[in-house]
Design a protein around this ligand. Structure first.
Ligand code: PMP
Length: 362
């Protein structure tokens, strides 16, 4: 006779993209082309794999509870102090630390709508009030968010590039926004996809940490570094905030294999560059091919593309699935007429386009 606490009734179990398993297609069982979860299609860096193999002999020991080496390594790569970095079991976990540490019942959390579902979960878990600010032309509307700030606003989540649209805002917009937010409100700038921003638009948000003590930047090893299955993400912030999150963090939240893999992935600059180039070329290829079919593809600075399909979006998703291609329908993201396509390897993108054309032109 356990009663479900009322606030939990607002939450549903999370359902992500389909796992990479064999699928039943119209041709029989086959390995799918998975373009659904914004993963790295190249897999993990070979350096990370080698380090994991070596570390396997140590897994009877507890991990380094302070995550020392990875923190120092990140600090030197990013040009910040190691005490400014908090590492989590995916950047998801840092979001939950933030909610646990700072957010009180009845306070307000502002999120762009739609956006990554974990932001909502953080708010609901703390029994905070969620304020959803609609996107404008499928981009984050910083002006509208600013207008919703009240004395009760404790957290504001921003995603740059945004998921699921791929939209991106530049430095002057961020700076202007930061200047207009009271220091008692924390701004969580989720940069899970930052490595895919084209060089001509990229800017270094870490430069704002010095002047804005209420800024927390989140990054992830799940996307560009290809370590989604190991769960490593981190937050960069001022030391006082980091010390508070460290009070919340469990001692062994990041396992040994994840720690060594992340350290070694950071050394593999060549892998990162290959990944970025692959994403940039894939973005262009898919955009061009779909645009030629008269389909609207939104400009993206991430490793996925938002595509407007119309009423038949779910049908198209299901037809692709029958051919062994998994894309992401966006019903859960409240964009039922759109699909999101993660950039794959060139041959995967090609296969996707071939099948898509077949289905679309039927
Ligand atoms: N932020 C955004 C915007 C994401 O899309 C994702 C992954 N889907 C994450 C964070 C989670 O990253 P991690 O795997 O590091 O928890």
């Amino acid at each position: 006779n356990i009663v479900l606490p009322k606030f939990l009734s607002q939450l549903r179990p999370y359902s992500a993209g389909k796992p990479i398993k064999e699928v039943q297609t119209e041709y029989g069982i086959s390995m799918p082309v998975k373009l659904a979860s914004n993963e790295n299609p190249l897999g993990p860096s070979p350096k990370a794999i080698a380090a994991i193999k070596e570390a396997l002999q140590d897994i009877h020991r507890y991990p380094d509870s302070q995550i020392t080496e990875l923190r120092y390594k990140l600090a030197s790569v990013l040009g910040v102090k190691s005490q400014q970095i908090v590492i989590g079991n995916g950047s998801d976990e840092i979001m939950s630390f933030i909610g646990q540490a700072f957010l009180l019942s009845g306070e307000e959390v502002i999120v762009p709508f739609p956006s990554f579902s974990i932001y909502e979960k953080v708010a609901i878990m703390s029994q905070a009030n969620l304020i959803k600010v609609p996107l404008k032309n499928l981009s984050i509307d910083l002006e509208a968010i600013k207008d919703r700030i009240s004395q009760k606003t404790k957290l504001i989540f921003l995603t740059n590039p945004h998921n699921p649209t791929g939209s991106f805002f530049e430095a002057p917009l961020l700076e202007n926004f930061l200047k207009n937010v009271p220091r008692s409100t924390l701004i969580i700038l989720d940069e899970a996809y930052i490595d895919f921003v084209s060089p001509k638009r990229h800017f270094e948000s870490l430069n704002y940490l010095k002047d804005f003590s209420n800024l927390i930047i989140l990054r992830s090893f799940s996307k560009s570094y290809g370590l989604a299955g190991l769960r490593v993400g981190y937050g960069i912030m001022n030391i006082e905030l980091a010390n508070i999150l460290e009070r919340v963090r469990y001692p062994f939240n990041v396992n040994t294999l994840a720690q060594v893999a992340a350290i070694n992935a950071l050394d593999d600059k060549e892998f990162l560059e290959t990944t970025r180039k692959l994403v940039w070329e894939g973005r262009e290829f898919i955009t061009k091919a779909l645009t030629e079919l008269g389909i609207r593809v939104y400009p993206s600075e991430a490793n996925f593309l938002l595509v407007y399909i119309g009423k038949k979006a779910v049908e198209i998703y299901e037809s692709l699935l029958k051919k062994g291609i998994i894309v992401r329908p966006l019903t859960n993201y409240h964009l039922p007429e759109y699909i999101r396509i993660s950039i794959g390897k060139p041959e995967e993108n090609q296969t996707f386009i071939e099948f898509f054309k077949e289905i679309w032109q039927k």
